[in-house]
Design a protein around this ligand. Structure first.
Ligand code: SF4
Ligand code: SF4
Length: 406
């Protein structure tokens, strides 16, 4: 059994810069059957294959046995607080933009058991759970989500604070990226320089070509494992015309972004804590935390302890948390950010401004999920544009005086 090797060209450096032309050399052609064969071969090696599927009225990710379980003939209509599946009337496999859920839950699960403790005969035994898990293959990873994985890598694979759960899963994950042909209404990967065509961080990258007389995938390898897979399934080299069709699809997708956000310069002008727009946002925001759960780069967590009724068995779990919960900023004496205004400001400015200081890039990859899945349709691209403009100061207690807790 050959286990997939991690991608060799995973350039996990900053995803900044403007010149992200698609790199498609050498390019091969794959059919749907070839793609299915790749999944079959991976499963034959004991790899868990996960890809896009339609579930409960949305496109999400789940385990699959056949590429025909993918959302063939479906796309989605996305806008602020809006998501609707729509039929395409075609046989396209990847006609959607960013699925409702990101890949982070497979590498950094919503709930992770940290320790189990048992008390026996006056002694306490602490057991660390095993972190090993079957290797996974992600099919159809969008370019924005590749950039998000690179950000999570920086956080969880930091040599000084490596997360054992993430480290046990990520290096063995085989990544099949899929270039985006149909960006959604909330997408802005081009302005964040993270898409729409993958350039690094994959084992294989494909772009679907659907015309009146063709349906196939242009494919390039990004690792030895990816190249070996292309050879194993007998992929043949693409013609110049095929490659040109792929480049045209890239161009069309890049010009079809639903939104934009200026990522060149972190919007430090927006950091004025007394800007009146913070009050406006606070009046709309429900502090539900949906944006942080949907975001592929948000990684905050808390711990929960529980004991059984006998009081002799206890568990500690790590669970996803959100900077929108009051308790998240709880210090001695109470929450540092008790008001919604301070909590939204913390989220937005961490994501777009201070993330640069902390990790050397924006914390936003332009996937648009936080806009789509915000129940009141708050749009960070619109808010940051307003906040970057000089405005009257807040009528409420200046956040600069009360430490930003309002
Ligand atoms: S902040 Fe919003 S658009 Fe940016 S990566 Fe997170 S969910 Fe996507
Ligand atoms: S911005 Fe929207 S999704 Fe995020 S906490 Fe506020 S209401 Fe919820």
């Amino acid at each position: 059994m050959v286990r997939p090797e991690p991608g060799r060209n995973r350039d996990l450096g900053p995803w900044q810069g403007r010149a992200r032309a698609p790199i498609l050399r050498p390019v091969y052609l794959l059919s749907v059957d070839h793609l299915d064969e790749i999944g079959r071969r991976l499963r034959g090696q004991g790899v868990r294959t996960i890809g896009p599927v339609v579930r409960d009225g949305v496109i999400t990710h789940d385990d699959f046995d056949s590429v025909r379980e993918f959302p063939v003939g479906w796309t989605e209509d996305q806008d602020g607080g809006r998501y609707r599946l729509q039929p395409t009337g075609t046989g396209e496999v990847f006609a959607f933009s960013s699925p409702s859920t990101s890949w982070k839950r497979y590498l950094y699960p919503e709930r992770t058991l940290l320790i189990t403790a048992r008390r026996r005969d006056g002694e306490t035994e602490v057991v660390l759970p095993a972190t090993d898990t079957p290797p996974m293959a992600f099919f159809g990873v969008r370019s924005c989500d590749l950039a998000a994985l690179a950000i999570l890598d920086r956080v969880f694979l930091d040599p000084e604070a490596t997360d054992p759960t993430y480290a046990a899963r990520r290096p063995a994950t085989f990544v099949v990226a899929a270039a985006c042909n149909h960006p959604g209404g909330t997408c802005f990967c081009v302005s964040m320089d993270t898409g729409p065509t993958p350039t690094a961080g994959f084992d294989l990258s494909i772009r679907e070509v659907w015309t009146e007389d063709r349906h196939h995938f242009l494919a390039e390898s990004g690792s030895g494992a990816g190249a070996a897979m292309l050879a194993e399934v007998g992929a043949r080299e693409a013609t110049e015309e095929d490659v040109l069709l792929g480049r045209l699809a890239h161009q069309r997708a890049a010009e079809a972004m639903g939104r934009r956000l200026d990522a060149d310069d972190p919007p430090r002008a927006a950091t004025d804590p007394d800007h009146a727009q913070w009050d406006d946002i606070a009046a709309r925001c429900l502090a539900c935390g949906n944006c942080t759960m949907a975001c592929p780069t948000c990684f905050c967590s808390t711990t929960e302890d529980s004991t059984d009724l006998s009081g002799t068995n206890a568990e500690r779990w790590r669970v996803w948390d959100s900077c929108f919960t009051v308790d998240f900023s709880h210090l001695h004496g109470g929450a540092a950010r008790s008001g919604i205004k301070a909590r939204y400001r913390q989220w937005l400015l961490h994501k777009l401004v201070t993330w640069h200081d902390q990790f050397g890039s924006s914390g936003c990859v332009g996937c648009g999920r936080c806009i789509t899945w915000c129940p009141v349709g708050i749009d960070l691209t619109a808010e940051i544009a307003i906040l970057a403009e000089p405005r009257p100061t807040s009528r409420a207690t200046p956040a600069s005086i009360d430490g930003g807790a309002s």
